[in-house]
Write a protein that binds this ligand. Sequence first.
Ligand code: NAD
Ligand code: MG
Length: 328
Amino acid sequence: MATILSGGDLSLLQGKVAVIGYGSQGHAHALNLRDSGVQVEVGLRAGSPSGEEAQAAGLAVAPIEEAVRGAQLVSILLPDQVQPRVWDESIAPAIDAGAAVLFAHGFNVLYGRVAPGAGHDVVMVAPKGPGHVVRRLFTEGYGTPALIAVQQDASGGARELALAYATGIGAGRAGILETTFKEETETDLFGEQAVLCGGTAELIRAGFETLVDAGYQPEVAYYECLHELKLIVDLIWEGGLSHMRWSCSDTAEFGDYTRGPRVIDEHVREEMSRILADIQSGAFAREWIEDMDNGEARLKAMRAEAATTTLETVGAELRSLMHRAGDA
Ligand code: NAD
Ligand code: MG
């Protein structure tokens, strides 16, 4: 079993921490660090829509170059697609020679798209949850677990610094696990492609369409294959697969053991291995970077097409009814 760490020495973050970007992760890191007593300055591009929001929350806000200048640590919490350009144009020219650079995901460093010079510590603190949850749990006295990693240890203290930062955002309350940029990036990409986003979305769609094509009402199919999934996942999250099976009927459990492996069969496992191989070889990264360089044309087309499916139109209607609860 890997060691789960419960925190580090916050006093290592005595200088200024520049948080670049005020989106999902940016706002959570900036506010949690500030509430932990760290001196935070939020760096935003000119005319950023989130500037007012950060100021209203009582944070110091400055143009990116200014926030970066004099910072002990620069936390890059921009969308992964824009990090290389902002690094080249605004961060690299302004960063102090010995400042540490922190990422919340390893993609750009692993694939060589952002490469801070040898004088900088390069570390990762990747919370295992959406930014809004990272903030909410912190304010409630809890934390979100995080992975930490060191890519480049110029100071000799990079690991301790990452641990301090993870502690400042509240991850020590929930558990901090050490990894590498390679392991974090490859497992993160695999998880979102095969299981969490891609795998789940297609499983839902295939189940829904199988029922609808067989003549069942789309509304019934929606409740069965999408709505109830959350309730099942909540049980799995609470107590693992056996807890979910305990809560469901014996009929459901018998069907689960006998039919589940027919859906997720050898062919699916072989395809998962090929998807992982594409991640490890860099083929997936090259394909996605090519689309980013092309204005994300493929992404935008697939997003538009996915929004028009029956699953989505039926779902929008049913959710508008369910989410009225309490008005009655
Ligand atoms: P985001 O899309 O929510 O927000 C990024 C912020 O960057 C914006 O709010 C804005 O302040 C700024 N920004 C956007 N476009 C910009 C541009 N062109 N130039 C300058 N600034 C710009 O990003 P996010 O989801 O918080 O992701 C930040 C990092 O955290 C990424 O590396 C991501 O992989 C990682 N991460 C995200 C999550 C998550 O829950 N969203 C979880 C773990 C790790
Ligand atoms: Mg992930």
